[in-house]
Design a protein around this ligand. Structure first.
Ligand SMILES: Nc1ncnc2c1ncn2[C@@H]1O[C@H](COP(=O)(O)OP(=O)(O)OP(=O)(O)O)[C@@H](O)[C@H]1O
Length: 227
């Protein structure tokens, strides 16, 4: 049996006192590529935020990469996030520094010290996303798709046990979305575990995989034909 990286049992997801999702039972195993779909406002982002510690889990059980979400303390969150790679719709790159410095900033903040290992790690992740020659560029000199590749490279820096991608193609045109998706597929083939929230049904059809749907305050697995 494959190793479990995320497990929620009878969990409820809240935004302050508003119940967003209840009776959530989800298991994700090492190497899985899982979609999280659902109409706007059904709770995909709230679900993701609970997983990376931005919203507290106050009901039910939840473990993610060996952290218990019910007992997660403020001081644990940076350590949890080191084991996760989080990718957002709006990239969240630092505009005042080039690509390499964006990546170096994260490595230094997570304890990397030796220049040679830092340079090698940056080369490796840029290579994985097909951006090896763009390290000197500033984020605003890159297209949306290129910025998202850099954001994916940044998520890979600390070899995460799980990548959480919240609408990673939400700001991209269809062709660029496919290109970014190819990068995620490649990373998945190399053994990374990915949970991706999206409402881009064209991508689901092109790259079918296990799919969870948020609807009517519940999360359930759906098969492709009933999407
Ligand atoms: N900070 C907040 N405070 C209170 N309620 C919120 C907050 N953020 C979102 N909500 C509510 O939680 C519900 C779920 O929102 P959420 O952003 O998780 O949905 P979503 O499925 O990710 O939507 P989208 O596809 O538009 O991003 C919505 O009803 C929203 O109004």
């Amino acid at each position: 049996m494959s190793e479990i990286v995320l497990e929620l049992k009878n969990a409820a997801i809240y935004q302050r006192e508003s119940l967003i999702l209840s009776e959530v039972d989800v298991s994700i195993y090492k190497g899985d590529f899982v979609y999280l779909i659902g109409k706007t406002g059904t709770g995909k982002s709230s679900f993701m935020k609970t997983l990376y510690g931005d919203l507290p889990l106050t009901e039910g059980e939840g473990t993610i990469v060996d952290y218990n979400l019910r007992t997660l303390k403020e001081k644990d969150i940076p350590f949890l996030r080191r084991k996760l790679g989080v990718v957002f719709q709006d990239f969240k790159l630092l505009n005042d520094r080039n690509v390499r410095d964006n990546l170096m900033f994260v490595l230094k903040a997570t304890g990397w010290k030796e220049k040679q290992s830092i340079d090698k790690r940056i080369d490796d992740v840029l290579d994985k996303v097909g951006m090896k020659t763009k390290g000197f560029k500033f984020p605003y000199q890159l297209s949306g798709g290129e910025q998202q590749r850099i954001a994916i490279a940044r998520a890979l820096l600390n070899d995460p046990e799980l990548i959480l991608a919240d609408e990673p193609t939400g700001n991209l045109d269809p062709q660029t979305s496919v290109e970014v998706m190819e990068v995620l597929q490649e990373i998945s083939k190399n053994g990374n575990t990915i949970l991706m929230a999206t409402h881009d049904y064209a991508l689901l059809l092109k790259y079918p995989s296990k799919t969870l749907k948020c609807d009517g305050e519940r999360v359930f697995e759906v098969v492709q034909k009933s999407l």
